[in-house]
Design a protein around this ligand. Sequence first.
Ligand code: NAD
Length: 275
Amino acid sequence: MANGILKGKKGIIFGALNDKSIAWQVAQKAHAEGATFVLTNAPIAMRMGEINKLAAECNNAQIIACDVSKDEDMQNLIQKSMEILGGKVDFILHSVGMSLNIRKGRTYTDLDYKWMHETFDISSMSFHRLLQTCYKMDAVNDWGSVLALTYIASQRVFPDYSEMADAKSLLESITRSFGYHYGKKNKVRINTISQSPTMTTAGSGVKGFGDFYDYANALSPLGNASAEQCADYCISMFSDYTKMVTMQNLFHDGGFSFTGFSADVFKLLEKKQGE
Ligand SMILES: NC(=O)c1ccc[n+]([C@@H]2O[C@H](COP(=O)([O-])OP(=O)(O)OC[C@H]3O[C@@H](n4cnc5c(N)ncnc54)[C@H](O)[C@@H]3O)[C@@H](O)[C@H]2O)c1
């Protein structure tokens, strides 16, 4: 399906952990569409070595380690990316999320605040850190496109999504606020994509994720959107075809967010009760 819609564009892609990752699919498609980019992930994620396979597939893309909660890592990443790519970038994907409390099994009514701080730092403030670093270093070309990934629990209650719901609300707010400032300065557009539940390492870490996934699939008229389909949407948002879209939270969820009822949900519940 590649049409070269990112030909000549340069970017940075955060968060490709393994071939299930949404960022992994975005990197493959961005490469197919003619983009060149730097790949980045947390130093600890690099140790698994999977990202090297992706880099090799993508014309030997350079990999730079960056813990998104560290200012110095972010500055180093942006500086080095511009050196490697020979100038400013046109697109950035922030595909990063992590909840310490979820990982350690703490419920929403029993959160550890040190961990909560870390969750916000990694999952939300990192987006501000990325944007502010780029803004100060003048690292994004005019009309560039920056995307982060979010989930509808930022706006409606999904109890087991816990503190990540609050982290995603903050992420979406930063998108609007920074979208204004960067739009004024360089016409840089900043959006979040609110994706269906997706079977990835981060996704399946949420308690009851399988039920979550099946429920959304049954409610959504189009079913759940896959990681690959999410990547297609990201590519269109990086392209010149979406130049006037900014400060938005864009649902990519097969219609889940606006569906009140579907008989398929009842069928699913009956099936689950019979199991
Ligand atoms: N999977 C889903 O159901 C779903 C749904 C909606 C939105 N999202 C969002 O999509 C994004 C990508 O997640 P995914 O589902 O592809 O899972 P994933 O586990 O493949 O990706 C999450 C990435 O975050 C990285 N990360 C964690 N801590 C970091 C740090 N300190 N510094 C740098 N990177 C760090 C991980 O190494 C990993 O690559 C996340 O923002 C997630 O919340 C996922």
